[in-house]
Design a protein around this ligand. Structure first.
Ligand code: C2O
Length: 557
């Protein structure tokens, strides 16, 4: 195999959007950051140099990190942060994954600007080679958010006041908000395409707090891959991604553009949130343009006349969201078999949601009814320690406040479908409890949303493993009825699942990657409030089933 080396320098860069200029944390001065492109099977080394007076870490979102948990990146879970002026080289191998993933900072809310694409080229032919048109070129589209204010201030307020949503000022496509926002017309992403050609759009939702719909005017999209796993191809008018998810789609430039200069040959690409809330979330729309190559010169500014794609779902379009999620299926072919466990060794039932706590004295809180929000899994709000849990686990340190007794069911049995099932779910316990399983455990996790003031699907992300979404539904999970309906033939395989608002999702995985893995809501605000847990997979009996020793340059705390 080959070794691919990259250098990441974390540095400040002055960036202007919406006529607001502020210093932004970047990698190599780029916003969004540089793309990493490797081949399946490559050994990857990324030397991260921290040139700012802040701690930082980088996470390779969706890369399985088989036996190399030391390179996973979440601060205080698998490593101590890289301190100011220090360097750490992330070393890992990309095994049995192909497609689009991404990387982002995993310290505080730094991923607001520190993120980029992580592309894994396959070493075997694209499986749809014969049935779908050949791909002419690849187009990465990364969705993000922009705050006019300093993101560290936004984060601090959110931690202090436990407030409602911290609305961003714009959504972005490849770092650019587009002309729907004030003072933003020149900051618009424009992609030229050749008429008749087919393109692979590599779409990443790097937004901090919002699940997004995406559509291209007059064009359909054929989904071929999610979270770097092939799917059964299907054609749709729009797609939807939670923060953390990636989706590869084919788009054919099949519109007829008269060459007589009567039209500019541009089509709007747009992303807007799926939210179901009364809260003043950012409900705006970011747009970019697809520009057919015509005799007209390439535009440097967007056209004057355009409308939003009619095929872009409206906010709160739950029927579309549900139908789209239900359309996703693993390829489950001979070359790409679906490895979903048909039997399980262990099932854990976990409620996920928000909690309310009294406001500290002499403070004003921005939660609900004058209180402040926290968030939890089984009413446990996860507290990150000030050391690396993985190191503590590897060196068998004791009595440091972490324990492996994460509750395998919620403390209360209550009805999650009530209009406001507030009362029972108020309390949360703060601590660092982990779930521990032995190597090879076939694990099922049922995630139940408690439906308390939660405006969108909770995107639950599991580090170190892909999982299979065997079931998903609204209301209370029914232990007698729902498992009977599970799909154990071709369920979608991913690393992040959107648990429906007021509903549940059942996922299965094989715990075959020894180490300590973070499991959390990929809405940054919810992670900060404690909607997270840790999950320990013990090493197996064979040497090949053991966590590798820590690298010598692993940062100390
Ligand atoms: Cu994309 Cu724990 O993160």
């Amino acid at each position: 195999s080959n070794t691919k080396h990259f250098n990441f320098n974390v540095e400040w860069k002055s960036v202007t959007r919406l006529c607001h200029t502020k210093p932004v944390l970047t990698v190599n001065g780029k916003f969004p950051g540089p793309t990493i492109a490797v081949y399946e099977g490559d050994d990857v080394e990324v030397t991260v140099t921290n040139s700012v007076a802040r701690n930082t870490t980088i996470h390779w979102h969706g890369v399985r990190q088989v036996r190399t948990g030391w390179a996973d990146g979440p601060a205080y879970i698998t490593q101590c942060p890289i301190g100011a002026g220090n360097t750490y080289t992330y070393k890992f191998t990309v095994l049995d994954q192909r497609g689009t993933l991404w990387w982002h900072a995993h310290f505080s809310w730094q991923r607001a600007s520190v993120y980029g694409a992580f592309i894994i080229h396959p070493t075997t032919p694209f499986p749809f080679h014969f049935s779908l048109p050949p791909i002419h070129a690849h187009i990465p589209l990364i969705f993000g958010e922009w705050w006019n204010r300093d993101i560290e201030v936004v984060e601090r307020e959110m931690n202090l006041f436990g407030g409602g949503p911290n609305s961003s000022d714009a959504y972005t496509i490849n770092g650019l908000p587009g002309p729907f926002y004030p003072c933003s017309t020149k900051d618009t992403f424009i992609q030229t395409v050749e008429p008749g050609k087919t393109y692979l759009l590599r779409i990443i939702n790097a937004a901090l707090n919002d699940e997004l719909f995406f559509a291209v005017a007059n064009h359909s999209l054929t989904v071929v891959e999610i979270d770097a796993v092939y799917t059964k191809p299907f054609t749709t008018t729009a797609i939807m991604l939670t923060p953390g998810q990636t989706t590869n789609v084919l788009l054919t430039a099949d519109q007829i553009i008269p060459q007589d200069h009567s039209t500019e040959g541009v089509f709007v690409m747009a992303a807007r949130p799926y939210l179901t809330s009364i809260f003043p979330f950012n409900n705006s729309t970011t747009i970019a343009f697809l520009k057919y190559q015509t005799n007209k010169p390439y535009p440097t500014m967007p056209p004057h006349n355009y409308t939003l794609p009619l095929n872009l779902p409206a906010m709160e379009d739950t029927p579309f969201a549900t139908q789209f999620s239900n359309s996703l299926r693993s390829l489950a072919s001979q070359d790409y078999p679906c490895r979903v466990p048909t039997k399980i060794d262990k099932r854990v039932f976990i409620t996920i949601g928000l909690n309310l706590q009294d406001c500290p004295q002499n403070q004003t809180c921005q939660g609900f009814r004058g209180k402040r929000f926290y968030a939890s899994m089984n009413n446990q709000s996860f507290v990150r320690p000030s050391f690396s849990i993985l190191e503590s686990h590897y060196r068998k340190f004791k009595n440091n406040g972490i324990s492996s007794d994460f509750p395998e069911k919620p403390p209360y049995v209550f009805n999650y479908t009530g209009v406001n099932p507030v009362t029972e779910n108020m309390n949360t316990v703060f601590g660092t409890k982990l779930l521990q399983v032995s190597f090879g455990t076939r694990l099922e996790i049922v995630l139940q949303d408690t439906n308390f003031l939660n405006p969108e699907n909770h995107p639950i992300h599991v580090h170190g493993h892909n999982f299979f979404i065997v079931g998903r539904g609204f209301g209370n999970f029914d232990d007698d009825k729902d498992p009977v309906e599970y799909n154990v033939v071709d369920p979608p395989e991913r690393n992040t699942v959107g648990v429906p608002v007021g509903g549940w999702a059942a996922i299965r995985l094989i715990a075959d990657n020894p180490g300590v893995w973070f499991v959390h809501c990929h809405l940054e605000e919810h992670t900060s409030w404690g909607l997270a847990m840790g999950f320990i997979v013990k090493s197996g009996k064979e040497p090949s089933q053991c966590l590798l020793p820590p690298p010598s340059d692993l940062p100390p705390c």
